[in-house]
Ligand binder design. Structure first.
Ligand SMILES: [Zn+2]
Length: 394
């Protein structure tokens, strides 16, 4: 191997060290979101190549969630369409930061931001076994589609939104909101009215599917199963900022249509009427309000004192690394792949305990004299005079 080849490999490995794949980026965003009081992680799915399929609920859990509108937003079915993933996660970040508190009071939004993580990691349309997940919603042959289907079966959302972008010239208007054909006129009218409001606010085109459209697509399949389901597309070459604005305005408009018209949501999505809140109870339970009576205050003080004493008397902990996932919600699933990676760890500093403090004081008071190492024959042999070296090398 020449010196130039070695330098090239070294430079490539240096560049690689700072590179994070879109999959890692998305997982990092989900992990950051998991720290919010408005976010509860669902048990993650696993992709064909054993990557995590993240899923979480975002809502205001201080208010009773049982009568909220349930929304499901998914993105990243096609691995070469990363802008929808990024935009949906950005929308969640804004919601978690309190940008639209009214919406989170009215809705529990289930988000699957990356349906096809293997495709996202490889930046290719299909999943790891070459299946286009958005042609698999009738047969459910992939673990990715089965995972989302299971969520829909349990949560029975009032509204489903699937977010995509074109990577090639589109045969239809590129920035479009697609509405599947509904089984009854009454339902179609309400579904279309919500779509028209979203179109007007986001300046997208409206595409109405015909009964002969391919029924294997997500929004068409779930519309046929009785849910209100929409597809958002943006045109090829549209920059991220424009796409992000279009997705967010359309999503907010659709969510507002469903959540502010209580009767309409059941006409739009009759399948969601059979929802049983007990099936997802822990995810919707309100955060218990802190009691401020003197007993609980005293208990908290006693607990704090006990904790300080225990921490002070305990042995110094060995230096260890902890996973940086939020532990606020104990049912959260930890991604072992990301969890063991470099980015997921942070160092826990050594606590100063009784023992470490005493040791430090003793060390500063007494100078310990290490015994001088004895000279051995080896030491003498290792010191060779130049003449001896020359004689050995001959
Ligand atoms: Zn797509």
């Amino acid at each position: 191997m020449t010196a130039r080849a070695i330098i090239t490999i070294f430079l490539i490995s240096l560049a690689g060290a700072g590179f994070a794949s879109p999959y890692d980026d998305a997982m990092r965003s989900v992990r950051t979101l998991s720290d919010s009081r408005c976010v509860r992680l669902l048990k993650f799915g696993r992709s064909h190549s054993d990557r995590s399929i993240p899923a979480f609920v975002i809502s205001d859990f201080t208010v009773d969630s049982r009568d909220k509108s349930r929304i499901l937003i998914c993105a990243g079915q096609h691995g070469d369409e990363f802008d929808p993933v990024k935009s949906v996660l950005f929308l969640c970040k804004n919601l978690a930061a309190g940008k639209d508190p009214g919406l989170l009071k009215r809705c529990a939004i289930v988000v699957v931001p990356m349906v096809n993580p293997d495709g996202i990691a490889a930046s290719r349309r299909e999943n790891a076994v070459d299946v286009d997940t958005n042609r698999d919603w009738v047969d459910l042959t992939t673990c990715e589609t089965r995972f989302v289907h299971k969520i829909i079966k349990v949560w029975k959302p009032n509204l489903l939104i699937d977010v995509h972008n074109w990577n090639e010239p589109s045969p239809t208007p590129g920035n479009a909101l697609e509405v599947p054909a509904c089984d009854t006129i009454a339902r179609e009218n309400v579904v279309l009215a919500a779509a028209r409001r979203a179109r007007d606010s986001s300046e997208m085109s409206l595409i109405e599917c015909t009964p002969i459209s391919d029924k294997r697509l997500f929004h068409r399949r779930y519309c046929a199963l009785g849910y209100a389901a929409y597809l958002l597309e943006t045109r090829n070459g549209e920059d991220y900022q424009a796409r992000d604005r279009i997705y967010r305005t359309a999503i907010k408009s659709l969510v507002n249509s469903v959540s502010s018209r209580n009767g309409a949501r059941y006409i739009m999505s009759p399948a969601s009427m059979s929802f049983k809140s007990a099936s997802v109870g822990p995810y919707l339970d309100p955060i218990p309000k802190a009691t401020s009576n003197s007993t609980s205050l005293l208990a908290a003080v006693m607990l704090g004192i006990a904790f300080i004493i225990t921490a002070f008397l305990s042995k110094p902990l060995p230096k260890r690394e902890t996973v940086a996932w939020s532990h606020r919600f104990t049912r959260c699933a930890v991604d072992p792949e990301i969890g063991s990676g470099r980015i997921a760890y942070r160092h826990t500093p050594h606590p100063i305990t009784a023992r470490s403090w005493v040791n430090r004081r003793l060390r500063s008071r007494y100078v310990v004299h290490e015994p001088e190492p004895e000279e051995t024959e080896d030491d003498e042999i290792s010191v060779l005079m130049p003449e001896a070296v020359n004689s050995l090398s001959r």
